[in-house]
Design a protein around this ligand. Structure first.
Ligand SMILES: Cc1ncc(COP(=O)(O)O)c(C=O)c1O
Length: 427
């Protein structure tokens, strides 16, 4: 906060295409898709038009005791997309979608008469949001230690991506699976659910899971009667080159959370999807108290749902997933340019999620010679080069708006490579 208060950060007043424009008219390429949610840039498009139309029709009406048209239509669209899912619960941000998943899983077992099944498993380095349940799952001491008295930490399973095990990555993956199975076997009668990000961790430092890893985890969950909750908040809707990563990886989760790109980044909205089997466990006479007690004032917000409907229609209309794959191939080709850099390690990419770790003598470069953190150096120097970027410690992230044009992607990569070369001199 001290750094922030002295930073003179630009105040953004407008957006145009993939650019953010500040009060002085300076333009910055939105190099991190406004915290990984922006799809089409910041212009007027079908999404903004749908939102305006919705405001003029009815901005919002509650889902307490009523339905509303946009949330009904969006539910139907999501159920079409999300294989295996039968029901949608609406909220307005990713953390809350996770809270809902956690409550749903706990109550599912209670409703089934298995009251002991209350413990959660999550993956090392996972991140699921900043609310109490989400922090309990994705506990990172450097961020969340002050809140520990409120949290009930999950049991941890290993992340199958080891930064220094490229030679024997398959062995490492198998060892992680074995450890996971041992944890499941030991605790199974007390376990409620296993929660993990779908396809990749981003906040934890861009770890892209081996293909089908989550499918194998799903099979273990079934074997030990534990629910699988997949967090696709950051990785769904094309980020990894597939509309829904869990569908592509043939995983069979019990609950899936989506958010971020769901509305193209135009409106806060998130969803927790679940199967018909889970839903049915909440049915009963009112005195049985099986119903799911959760709801927010703005649950199923009509403007957010209208934005999401238009966004999903645009994916089809403009063939976005194909375009994402083309952009990914371009990044892949350009990444060859920094393979020879002595500080750029673990260069990785899937879809439009890339990561480059900065290391010197096997130590992460977290600070530069004159004492500045790598994070603040990147933030400041990228702005000076006309791009807004945020790194994750010593990891440079490539996470552009999903529909980014080639010339803007070129600028982003030029700036990233330029910063790697600069840091090589200062580290
Ligand atoms: C994987 C994942 N889950 C959950 C969240 C929380 O979403 P929100 O910031 O909308 O609360 C994030 C946010 O970055 C995330 O990356």
């Amino acid at each position: 906060m001290q750094e922030w208060s002295h930073s003179n950060s630009p105040v953004i007043v407008r957006g145009k295409g993939f650019y953010l424009i500040d009060e002085h008219g300076n333009k910055f390429l939105d190099g991190i898709a406004s915290m990984w949610c922006n799809v089409w840039g910041h212009g007027d498009n079908e999404i903004s038009k749908a939102m305006i139309k919705q405001i003029q029709t009815i901005p919002h009406s509650t889902l307490f005791g009523l339905a509303n048209a946009p949330s009904t239509q969006l539910s139907e669209m999501l159920i079409q997309l999300a294989k295996g899912m039968g029901h949608v619960f609406f909220s307005d941000n990713g953390s809350t979608a996770i809270e809902i998943a956690v409550k749903m899983a706990l109550q599912y077992w209670k409703n089934k008469g298995k009251k002991r099944k209350t413990k959660f498993i999550s993956m090392e380095n996972g991140y699921h949001g900043d609310t109490i349940g989400a922090m309990s799952l994705g506990y990172l001491p450097r961020y969340f230690a002050p809140y520990l008295p409120l949290l009930r930490r999950a049991i941890k399973i290993p992340c199958p991506v080891s930064k220094f095990s490229q030679d024997d990555s398959h062995d490492y993956e198998n060892r992680c699976l074995e450890r996971t199975e041992a944890i499941l076997a030991k605790n199974s009668s007390d376990l409620c659910a296993l929660v993990m990000e779908s396809g990749a961790q981003i906040a934890g430092g861009v770890s892209i899971f081996p293909k089908n890893y989550q499918k194998k985890i799903g099979e273990l969950c079934r074997k030990y009667d534990v629910l699988l909750i997949l967090d696709e908040i950051a990785t769904g809707f094309g980020r990894l080159g597939n509309m829904l990563e869990y569908v592509e990886q043939n995983t069979h989760p019990d609950i899936v959370c989506l958010g971020k790109a769901l509305t193209g980044g135009y409106s806060p909205l998130a969803v927790t999807l679940t199967t018909r089997t889970i839903f049915n466990a909440f049915l009963g006479e009112s005195e049985q108290y099986k119903h799911f007690y959760h709801g927010h004032t703005f649950t199923g917000h009509s403007i957010g749902c209208a934005a999401a409907i238009a966004n999903i229609q645009m994916y089809k209309k403009y063939g976005l997933v194909t375009k994402i794959r083309e952009s990914s191939a371009y990044i892949n080709q350009r990444l060859q340019e920094i393979h020879s850099s002595p500080i750029a390690k673990n260069i990785r990419l899937k879809g439009l999620l890339g990561g480059i770790d900065l290391y010197k003598a096997r130590k992460p470069i977290l600070k530069l010679r004159e004492g500045t953190t790598t994070n603040s150096y990147i933030a400041k120097e990228s702005l000076a080069r006309g791009v807004f970027m945020r790194s994750l410690g010593n990891t440079l992230v490539i996470i552009p708006p999903l529909a980014i044009r080639k010339k803007d992607l070129k600028l982003l990569l030029d700036v990233i490579f330029n910063l790697v070369n600069k840091i090589e001199k200062f580290a």
